[in-house]
Ligand binder design. Structure first.
Ligand code: 5GP
Length: 192
């Protein structure tokens, strides 16, 4: 998606450790009109799939997912990162290692909000090693819901997550796919 690529080139900052900072429009200050354009693109890509639920993970996926929910006209559920050791109650859970912080957290979704028969679109801001997306897919599977696919804003295609999950048959639509990046040369995108 040209609009997002252009914004990354203009405002993205490449940090050490293969981290792209997009705090000025995506992760801290949020360009809601850009989110709407992204959501419209996912809607075009997933037209006629019958999506009736959007699933994301706190914190930075929530803003994008909310606008997507408005465009798709469906509820948005976000997986919570649980700090408690003993997870009790009626929840689906998975373990996710954070790319940016390195720690492992349990993510949970109440069984009330994901059901068999749901057709789920997972939304997230970044795809790197694929841990977050894998965890979210596990929650969908535990619920007996149908995973239609994922909508990712920025995929760092030089990291293994995208290839790994596509090889498992998961449909992933990333709006900007980064082939390589460095502080010196900037960001280079994949052809498609
Ligand atoms: P993964 O689980 O695929 O390794 O990483 C995805 C998660 O880590 C996303 O939810 C995102 O919050 C965070 N993340 C991964 N790479 C980056 C990055 O380059 N920049 C930022 N801001 N977040 C990232």
């Amino acid at each position: 998606m040209r609009l997002l690529e252009q914004r990354i080139v203009k405002d993205g900052i490449v940090k050490d450790g293969d981290v792209l900072k997009v705090d000025s429009f995506l992760n801290h200050q949020m360009d809601v009109e850009l989110f709407r354009q992204m959501a419209l693109e996912w809607q075009r890509l997933y037209a006629d799939c019958g999506i009736n639920k959007i699933l994301t993970i706190e914190a930075s996926g929530i803003g994008i997912a909310c606008i997507a929910g408005q465009v798709f006209g469906c509820p948005v559920v976000f997986a919570k990162k649980s700090k408690t050791k003993n997870i009790a109650g009626d929840v689906y859970t998975a373990k996710v290692e954070s790319f940016t912080h390195g720690n492992v957290s349990d993510i949970i979704v109440s069984k009330s909000f994901l059901n068999p028969g749901d057709k789920v679109l997972i939304i997230d801001d970044f795809l790197a090693n694929g841990a977050a997306l894998t965890g979210l897919c596990q929650l969908v599977e535990q619920a007996g819901a149908e995973l239609i696919g994922a909508g990712i804003a920025i995929e760092k295609a030089f990291q293994p997550g995208g290839e790994l999950l596509r090889a498992k048959g998961i449909r992933i639509e990333s709006l900007a796919r980064i082939k390589s990046m460095s502080a010196e040369t900037g960001v280079e995108f994949c052809e498609n």
